[in-house]
Design a protein around this ligand. Structure first.
Ligand code: FAD
Length: 508
């Protein structure tokens, strides 16, 4: 009898566990572009186009390898609109009652697949360096699940940047040499762009037609949509940008959307690039003397450490994670996140490039858009939906721990030991955004004071009970308490007035 082999849009890997378990002479691969997946949040049009185009090409690749593939396009009249309904339809057509599935990267789909009448066999997604069991074993009995210790385990396990049983160069982490402010005139070679072929053009037309009203610019579309292209983009990064990755990892510059970042999360998360292979390639750059240790260690830590760690946390913490709201934040996400006018230059830059590219690098996400939402007390569920929608690399297993945990501290400190908040000073140090801003970053109160300066103290004041005892935040409270009482009152009053204006829909 025929079985179905389900391949989801972010499972475009020839060695996928469900495909390994399948029999290409007998089983039927099912792939489907469905309204439910394209619409559970208002995804950026570039993200939808990337996924559909890469899916279509992967289906062709599987056919070339001898698989039978039942592929449903979004505009097929028979399209059932969801993954379960498409599975049922294909099962009926093929007379199948069993489905092989690689466990999806989000609870929503796992649960949906568990509730079909078909016999569903889940196979672990082993495209990650750390398995679910390994992560649970590591977490077992630990009071705090800090990434740094997990990362060291992963270094030992893989042998990446190891010198026997010691870390290469003697240290596990070289961040003290990283994260320099950007010098004048910093720029990088263009990230590799790919001209849309016929398949991509066809998808672009479809997306324009169906999702043209979603936030985000569809064209020009330049993403890689197949493995070979993604590999070329990644090698170009290794050659041209990796050596400076560490130095300017946190820098932000107007008009420079990518700096020395790899822009590969969107490809890795789809399954077009293998994370361990990427780490090994980066290590080779170091071993062969083309990139310094601080850059390569920092880069490998993002993938071997952070990426694996957040996945472990997502599955460890369970289904309610995205609903957590540890700080009780209730404010609606301001329209400026969807492109409405703002006088804050850092936010207009970060949101503007997000609209154009479906991309922003980590510090833009964490210290500009994330920082502002946290300081302003925005409901983390709304913040989570925004990040899930607007970035081409956003899937819940990776986005939710970063947003709900790292950025909004809504998980109560599972991921971060203190909230990532800062005043305007940090943004000014790491970027050139403040130069063209309507607000004055050096001004703490009064006309033109930078809203980050006001909201920073407002946040600390609101959450004094929660954070005053945190040794890593004691210094901030001491600084606040040393201000004279009048000044403190002015800061809080002005912050409150700012929030009121924002809530009333004024341009802030
Ligand atoms: P680089 O800076 O070049 O880093 C290399 C790789 O390391 C990335 O491709 C990525 O795979 C990995 N990486 C780096 N930081 C992280 C991290 N914190 N968590 C997981 N992997 C990491 N990343 C996503 O892939 N999808 C998301 O939806 C996502 N949402 C985020 C939301 C918030 C609020 C924050 C603060 C971060 C989020 N990140 C997310 C992490 C990070 O910002 C992106 O992985 C990174 O910006 C991708 O760009 P890049 O490929 O140029 O990365």
């Amino acid at each position: 009898v025929t079985r179905l082999v389900l391949v989801l849009g972010d499972q475009l890997t020839p060695t996928l566990s469900a495909l390994r378990e399948g029999d290409r002479g007998r089983d039927l691969v099912v792939m489907a572009e469905v309204a439910d997946e394209a619409g559970y949040v208002p995804h950026h049009p570039k993200k939808i186009a990337l996924i559909f185009a890469a899916m279509r090409k992967f289906a062709d690749e599987l056919r070339d390898e001898g698989w039978q593939v039942a592929y449903t396009r979004l505009d097929d009249p028979e399209n059932g609109g969801s993954i379960p309904s498409e599975l049922l339809r294909r099962a009926e057509e093929a007379g199948a009652s069993e489905v092989l599935v690689t466990t999806p990267g989000e609870w929503r789909l796992i649960d949906a697949l568990k509730h079909t009448p078909l016999k569903t066999r889940f196979h672990a997604d082993d495209r990650f360096i750390c398995s679910g069991q390994e992560f649970r074993d590591w977490a077992e009995g630990r009071k705090a699940l800090r990434m740094e210790y997990f990362y060291r385990e992963m270094r030992r396990k893989t042998g990446l940047l190891m010198d026997g049983d010691k870390p290469e160069g003697g240290e596990w982490n070289y961040d003290s040499e990283n994260r320099k402010p950007p010098p004048e005139g910093i720029e990088r070679q263009r990230v590799m762009h790919f001209t849309p072929d016929e398949t991509v053009e066809e998808v672009l037309d479809l997306v324009e037609d169906r999702f043209g009203d979603n936030f985000g610019t569809l064209r020009p579309f330049w993403f890689a949509t197949e493995r070979g292209q993604a590999r070329r983009a990644c090698s170009q990064f290794m050659r041209e940008a990796l050596p400076k990755f560490g130095d300017y990892q946190d820098a932000m510059m107007r008009g420079e959307h990518f700096l020395y970042h790899a822009v590969i999360s969107l490809y890795m998360n789809l399954g077009l690039l293998d994370p361990l292979e990427v780490c090994r390639d980066a290590e080779t750059e170091y071993r062969e003397g083309r990139a310094p240790l601080n850059a390569v260690e920092g880069f490998i830590r993002q993938i071997l450490g952070w990426r694996e760690y957040v996945r472990g946390i997502y599955f460890l913490e369970g289904r309610d994670y995205t609903a957590r709201n540890g700080l009780g934040h209730k404010r609606a996400l301001p329209p400026l996140y969807w492109g409405a006018e703002t006088r804050m230059r850092c936010l207009s830059e970060a949101v503007g490039q997000t609209r154009d590219e479906a991309y922003a690098h980590h510090i833009q996400r964490l210290m500009v858009t994330g920082n502002f939402a946290l300081l302003a007390g925005v409901d983390p569920a709304e913040v989570h939906e925004w990040y899930l929608a607007v970035y081409a690399d956003a899937y819940e297993w990776v986005e939710a721990p970063n947003t709900v945990g790292m950025s909004q501290f809504a998980d109560g400190g599972v991921i971060a030991s203190k909230p990532y908040v800062s005043s305007g000073n940090y943004i000014n140090k790491m970027s050139d955004y403040c130069k063209g801003c309507d607000y004055v970053v050096s001004r703490k109160t009064g006309e033109g004071a930078c809203p980050f300066n006001l909201l920073y103290w407002h946040f600390l004041d609101r959450h004094r009970d929660r954070f005053e005892g945190n040794p890593r935040m004691a210094q901030m409270y001491r600084t606040f308490d040393r201000m004279d009482a009048d000044r403190r009152e002015t800061v809080l009053k002005e912050a409150g007035a700012f929030l009121k204006r924002m809530d009333a829909g004024e341009v802030v």
